[in-house]
Write a protein that binds this ligand. Structure first.
Ligand SMILES: [Zn+2]
Length: 268
């Protein structure tokens, strides 16, 4: 079953809608619960009016819209988008789409070529310039993230931009005109000084900070001496699955890649 079916058509019966509510980047939980999907009636009760929002599509067969209700006086639990994504693995695609659709709506008001106003396209999530007809779609930035292994050992690193000390996979943005595979080879060589072989695509993950699509790979070490780039990495090291280090949290693609390898090596 396709869990998330993107669509911009509103349902005929508003009462069937579910809502995801943001307040300046924080998600609002349904009152007295830890769920993010608000029934339409509950939103109207909480706000005292029907919210204005954007249609996301259907999630598990139910229509879902998103609204930013900043300034509304609703006393419910608020959680950062990042924390919600890590806690709600099954709903990651929906929450990521909600955040990216809201950002697209906020950041695409005028044409960057001629400065005229953009108008919503009726049948898809897109805007079009009212003067030069240039089309705009939500931005998606492909990134590669890769677990490099050498036998049982994993090449893990701490990035200079991490908010707390931990080890994770190497990662980087795909450059214009580059394939994802070439980006893996380039990033590993640039950041760690080593070359890899036998690339294998594993999985992907939408990561809305702000527009990333993470493409996860496994690759084997080929040659070269580990030489972390200090502009990108605080440290990089070979780690055995039986060692204990703070690593990327559950819910991240990095952790999925690491856990898969550890299970292969340790057999559990
Ligand atoms: Zn224009």
């Amino acid at each position: 079953m396709i869990e998330l079916a993107p669509d911009v058509c509103w349902p005929q019966e508003r009462q069937t809608l579910n809502w995801i509510l943001f307040d300046q980047g924080d998600l609002l939980a349904v009152a007295d619960t830890d769920r993010w999907l608000w029934p339409h009636e509950a939103v109207c009760d909480a706000l005292g009016t029907e919210p204005e929002g954007l249609m996301l599509g259907s999630w598990q067969g139910q229509p879902v819209a998103v609204a930013d209700v900043r300034g509304a006086q609703i006393s419910v639990q608020r959680t950062s988008l990042r924390r919600a994504l890590l806690a709600s693995f099954a709903e990651q695609a929906l929450l990521a789409r909600a955040a990216q659709v809201l950002r697209f709506d906020r950041d695409h008001c005028f044409c960057s070529r001629c400065g005229q106003k953009l108008q919503q396209v009726a049948h898809e999530l897109a805007r079009q310039c009212t003067d030069c007809q240039l089309d705009y779609y939500p931005r998606i930035h492909p990134c590669v993230i890769m677990l490099i292994t050498d036998g049982p050992l994993m090449l893990l690193a701490e990035g200079v931009r991490f908010s707390q000390p931990m080890l994770s996979c190497l990662a980087g943005f795909v450059e214009a005109g580059e394939t994802a595979e070439a980006a893996v080879h380039r990033e590993v060589l640039e950041e760690a000084g080593v070359e890899v072989r036998n690339l294998r695509y594993v999985a992907s993950q939408a990561w809305p900070f702000p527009h990333s699509l993470m493409l996860g790979f496994h690759a084997e070490y080929d040659k070269g001496i580990l030489r972390p780039d200090p502009a990108e990495l605080v440290r990089a090291q070979w780690v055995h699955p039986q060692e204990h280090h703070p690593i990327a949290p559950k819910g991240t693609l990095a952790r999925i890649l690491i856990d898969q390898h550890c299970q292969r090596v340790l057999g559990n």
